[in-house]
Design a protein around this ligand. Structure first.
Ligand code: PGA
Length: 221
């Protein structure tokens, strides 16, 4: 059976109090992630230490990821969080989300550096692509296909389109082990994507902010 990645991307949402409320609903003591599924929560940086402590206390097998990582090492780069710092709390880092490309002018060259930095610290980049032509840096093993028109719109791509893109990505990039789908994923549509043999999970934005909805997604995936 394939392993499914279910990734929550909280984007720029939630205070510590709101994160605590979410965790209280999502995580019960000795919380068991269903077999064959890897649940990865990617909160804003400032919540990583708090959530890590909470998960340790509740012995919850949930993994943590950052939503980005600096393309620079530690040093005089005001405002940046580097891969060594992320690695203290997380095992994954989303790299190249279309919002980073659009609002923060991230280029293919910068993203290549980010991937290198992540890999140098044993962080697994979850590299976002917007289509089958998006450049994938070497060393990337987990890709999230996130068509822009499907993000936050309530109009997901079709499983058939996502399947076609996943096939091409895997053919062109033999090092890629997992291709996830992202864009308006809900508890109702998640298994139409995860049932596709070449799709290895989902990256969830809006619906991951509500713990109950996310429980539904994890259950139905
Ligand atoms: P969405 O976002 O689930 O709100 O469409 C997905 C994403 O941007 O990661």
């Amino acid at each position: 059976m394939k392993k499914l990645f279910i990734v929550a991307n909280w984007k720029s949402n939630k205070t510590r109090l709101e994160a605590r409320e979410w965790l209280q609903q999502f995580v019960k003591r000795d919380f068991q992630v269903p077999q064959g599924k890897e649940v990865i929560v990617c909160p804003p940086y400032h919540l990583l230490p708090f959530i890590k402590d909470y998960l340790l206390e509740y012995i919850a097998e949930i993994k943590l990821g950052a939503q980005d990582v600096s393309s620079f090492p530690s040093g005089s780069y005001t405002g940046q969080i580097n891969a060594t710092q992320v690695k203290e709390f997380a095992e994954y880092a989303i790299v190249g989300h279309s919002e980073r490309r659009k609002y923060f002018s991230e280029t293919d060259e910068m993203l290549e550096e980010k991937v290198k930095m992540a890999l140098s610290q044993d962080l697994t980049p979850i590299f976002c692509v917007q289509g089958k032509e998006t450049k994938i840096p070497s060393g990337v093993t987990v890709v999230a296909y996130e068509p822009i028109a499907a993000i936050g719109t309530g109009n997901p791509d079709t499983p058939e389109d996502a399947e076609e893109v996943a096939v091409v990505i895997k053919q062109k990039n033999p090092q890629v082990k997992a291709v996830l789908y992202g864009g308006s994923v809900t508890a109702d549509n998640v298994n139409s994507f995860t049932n596709v043999s070449v799709i290895d999970g989902v990256l969830v934005g809006g619906a991951s902010l509500d713990a109950k909805k996310f429980v539904g997604i994890v259950g139905n995936a």
